[in-house]
Design a binder for this molecule. Structure first.
Ligand SMILES: [Zn+2]
Length: 619
């Protein structure tokens, strides 16, 4: 783990750099008096309200309020994390970033590794024009020189040691090649090139350095459907997670694929000190280069799909690297752009991968973020489709993509009959643990509203909301007691003890875990046991107990004067308390369901509670 960057270094760095330079390199600035100005890169505008002050060394936008130091600017503009922004600025002025505690940042140690991987990319690039099949393949795919250059697409020659011979010129370099995942070990420990006869796609980190490779076979015969499914990167892991035996194939161990088979369609570098596939996105760097302002990202499954989309002018396409969408990917995607489109094949494997993606984005669906799901026609992928339909055709498909809410409810409704009460309860049962993952905000509220619309199940207050809870806690610490349902019921009972006769035990709210419930139950018992008691007698019953003064105050509460209205309100309060009890139990079951496993009794209880919630008229 890298240690913390000391504060004094940040001070020194900010003293050494000039924010005007930092901004100017990215956004053209015009002098305006002592300051510099430009159209704001963080919001849409025609007249410049973005200013950079050399004296104060900060930027400020009078339009959208964006402001901060050079570090903040780099974080926002390049979407870097703090340590990377600091690193970037430090490099620009020739400073090395010190780290307190922990190990030094791995960067220095890996300088050789980066250099070697870059040399490997260059080696593959040089080999591409020499291979007729690879050249023909690129031509057939409509890749022009510029796009091949932009993605640094290359060719891994056949044989077993082309790269090894070219770059492994010393024992140290051989070790590095191995460390970088470029060599694989065969039987007897003999090292050979991991990538052979493949079109090579370098995977770049967020600073544009080569950290790994993906290699694609280019067999001219269209690969069998089977092969395609096992090979497309997003697919591989969803398949392999179900069948761990496939893991080997993914890693491209040749012993398994040595016969006629050319191996999986896509082969990736293994995990290395520089490459953690769950944390990287193919082409994110190219996307950032092509888009100063990023409104959307399109996640596709294969590298060739990404390249084809960029070639067609859709320059916001990225791919995950041989894994399904992870939570880290989801975070990375949304930090880069507010709208994320997930593109999948329409077949079963594609649907499964899409569902995994949905689960990973739910906890990140903060307001202002949107996720869409696009399913392609059977047998098509973005590459074939964009070549067939062109940019406009693909854009039109994106426009018709399914929003997350629709996709989620559509999938859940697939196997249930929402025309029946049981079906709606089942739908709610499946939806709740998913909706519980949503962060607080308008989107969450909308999703619950949608659930209510579809099932009649009012769930918005079923799943605990942390911030709302905190707010409630704060309110209760004030001096005036809040008017809760329990308090109201007690106040009404004190004012008119005979109301107790309208409530029959067992009380449905007896198990409710709320302050005051025990007191309410006791009051009901006392009032029922002594018909004809008045307020004063009830109060006297509690004399000398700590609840006494609270009850005194409650007895002074203003209440509806009409006996009819009072009774209706009292019974309504008890009914609502009953509902809260039900919700509390639901909460507990749903929480348990998301953390561990429910036993059969709990499962049927949950289903029954949901059914009762969905149709409160049924007792
Ligand atoms: Zn602005």
């Amino acid at each position: 783990m890298p240690g913390l960057i000391p504060e004094r270094f940040i001070d020194e760095l900010l003293a050494r750099i000039d924010i005007v330079d930092v901004v100017q390199q990215r956004v053209p600035l015009k002098r305006a008096g002592r300051d510099w100005t430009a159209c704001c890169p963080f919001h849409d505008e025609r007249t410049p309200s973005f200013t950079v002050s050399p004296a104060k060394q900060f930027y400020h936008c009078f339009g959208c309020g964006a402001h901060g130091s050079a570090i903040k600017f780099l974080m926002e503009y390049e979407r870097l994390e703090f340590p990377d922004a600091v690193e970037e600025l430090a490099q620009s002025v020739g400073l090395a970033v010190p780290h307190e505690g922990g190990a030094a940042r791995p960067r220095e140690d890996h300088a050789d590794l980066y250099g070697l991987l870059d040399a490997a990319a260059a080696f593959y690039q040089r080999a591409l024009p020499d291979n007729a099949a690879a050249r023909a393949y690129c031509k057939k795919r409509g890749l022009d020189k510029d796009i091949i250059e932009r993605f640094r697409i290359g060719w891994a020659p056949g044989g077993w040691d082309a790269l090894k011979r070219a770059l492994g010129t010393s024992e140290a370099r051989l070790k590095l090649l191995e460390q970088a995942g470029m060599l694989a070990a065969g039987e007897g420990g003999k090292r050979y090139d991991r990538f052979r006869e493949r079109l090579m796609f370098p995977i770049l980190d967020r600073r544009g350095r080569v950290i790994a490779f993906g290699g694609r076979i280019i067999s001219s015969a269209p690969p069998a459907r089977e092969d395609q499914e096992a090979g497309s990167p997003a697919r591989t892991s969803s398949v392999s997670s179900a069948h761990p035996a496939r893991e080997d194939q993914k890693a491209g161990v040749p012993a398994r694929t040595s016969q006629q088979s050319p191996g999986p369609k896509y082969l990736n570098s293994p995990e290395t000190p520089l490459f953690h596939k769950g944390r990287e996105l193919f082409a994110l760097w190219q996307v950032r280069q092509a888009n100063t302002k990023l409104e959307r990202l399109i996640v596709v499954e294969g590298y060739m799909d990404v390249v084809a989309l960029h070639q067609a002018g859709i320059t916001q396409a990225v791919a995950t690297l041989g894994t399904a969408t992870t939570n880290e990917h989801a975070e990375l995607l949304f930090r880069a752009a507010p709208d994320v489109f997930f593109c999948f094949d329409g077949d079963r494997a594609g649907r499964a991968a899409a569902w995994r993606a949905l689960e990973s984005v739910l906890p990140r669906m903060r307001d202002g973020r949107q996720a869409f799901f696009l399913f392609l026609p059977e047998g098509e992928d973005p590459d074939t489709l964009v070549r067939k339909e062109g940019r406009d055709g693909f854009e039109a498909r994106l426009e018709r993509a399914t929003p997350l809410s629709e996709y989620l409810y559509g999938e859940l409704a697939r196997d249930v009959n929402v025309a029946t009460l049981d079906g709606r309860a089942r739908l709610a049962e499946h939806a709740l643990p998913l909706l519980a993952k949503l962060p607080d905000g308008a989107f969450r509220d909308l999703m619950f509203a949608e659930l209510e619309k579809r099932t009649g199940f009012r769930a918005a207050d079923t799943v605990p909301r942390q911030p709302a809870r905190a707010a409630r806690g704060a309110a209760s610490s004030g001096s005036t007691p809040r008017r809760t349902l329990v308090r109201s019921a007690i106040a009404m009972l004190l004012a008119e003890p005979a109301l107790a006769l309208h409530a029959e035990p067992p009380y449905p709210f007896a198990a409710l875990d709320r302050p005051g419930v025990a007191l309410l139950l006791e009051l009901l018992d006392v009032a029922r046991a002594r018909p004809g008691v008045n307020t004063a007698i009830l109060l006297e019953h509690f004399a000398g107990r700590e609840e006494a003064s609270a009850l005194q105050k409650l007895a002074l509460t203003e209440l509806p004067g009409e006996p009819e209205a009072l009774r209706a309100e009292f019974l309504d309060a008890l009914r609502k308390l009953g509902e809260q009890t039900l919700q509390q139990r639901l909460d507990a079951l749903i929480r348990k369901q998301s953390e561990s496993v429910l036993d059969d009794a709990e499962k049927s209880e949950l289903r029954e509670l949901l059914a009762r919630k969905a149709n409160p008229a049924v007792p």
